[in-house]
Design a protein around this ligand. Structure first.
Ligand SMILES: N[C@@H](CCC(=O)N[C@@H](CS)C(=O)NCC(=O)O)C(=O)O
Length: 215
């Protein structure tokens, strides 16, 4: 398996974290010369986004589809609970991470620099982010992982998001966005070696990006 990756991308990071947690070997590479908007890359991923999985010539875009595919093709250790209700809760938290929290973070990312900031957009997106985090607070189960004791795809989606909540929140004067259960989860989940590795990689990539694009 080959993963077209960027350590800065929360979507690609979901997949890397899944590979680490499952102990799977994969070739992790940057997108080819020229970036994701090339004819060569578009043949593998018509949305021209990162990540893309290449499983022996089977090209798969979209981190959520990649995550499910890896679970289907490499079922052990499983990052999907067997119980239908637990699995459904995992998918709800995955969607909260994917559609509510991360979309708001993406919008905010472009407004980190106060000189280039649109206060209305920031206000709207902070409201969306707070709503997403409040929804997560509702579902998250006390314990090491989002579902309590079992690691799941929900963690793969949440860890990159919460990393960015901590990393960019302070630029907007927001240092206390997480509710108590989410905060406790964020602290506890760091004990997983796959999480620690992923968070370290994201921190290095973000520091490098900030050096090149100072706010
Ligand atoms: N829904 C996609 C989103 C992927 C995505 O937006 N990736 C970003 C990197 S964080 C990207 O490739 N952006 C480049 C662009 O849009 O030009 C997924 O889950 O894989």
């Amino acid at each position: 398996m080959k993963l077209y990756n960027s350590n800065l991308s929360p979507y690609a990071t979901r997949v890397r974290m899944q590979l680490y947690m499952k102990g799977l070997k994969a070739e992790i590479v940057n997108v080819p010369q020229g970036g994701s908007h090339t004819a060569e890359y578009a043949k593998m991923n018509p949305m021209e986004k990162i990540p893309t999985l290449d499983d022996n010539g089977f090209y798969l875009p979209e981190s959520s589809a990649i995550g499910e595919y890896i679970e289907d093709t490499h079922p052990t250790p499983s990052l999907r609970p067997a119980d239908a209700k637990e699995r459904a809760k995992m998918r709800v938290m995955f969607n909260i991470a994917d559609q509510y929290i991360l979309n708001a973070l993406f919008e905010l990312f472009d407004h980190i620099n106060p000189a280039k900031r649109d206060a209305k957009v920031v206000d709207e997106q902070l409201t969306e982010l707070r709503k997403g985090l409040a929804a997560l607070e509702h579902y998250i189960v006390p314990g090491k992982y989002a579902l309590g004791s079992q690691a799941s795809l929900a963690d793969c989606a949440l860890v990159p998001d919460l990393f960015y909540v901590n990393a960019i929140g302070p630029a907007f004067g927001e240092t206390n966005l997480m509710g108590p259960k989410v905060k406790a989860y964020w602290a506890a989940v760091q004990a997983d070696p796959g999480v620690a590795k992923t968070v370290g990689e994201m921190a290095t990539a973000l520091a490098e990006y900030m050096k090149q694009n100072p706010a």
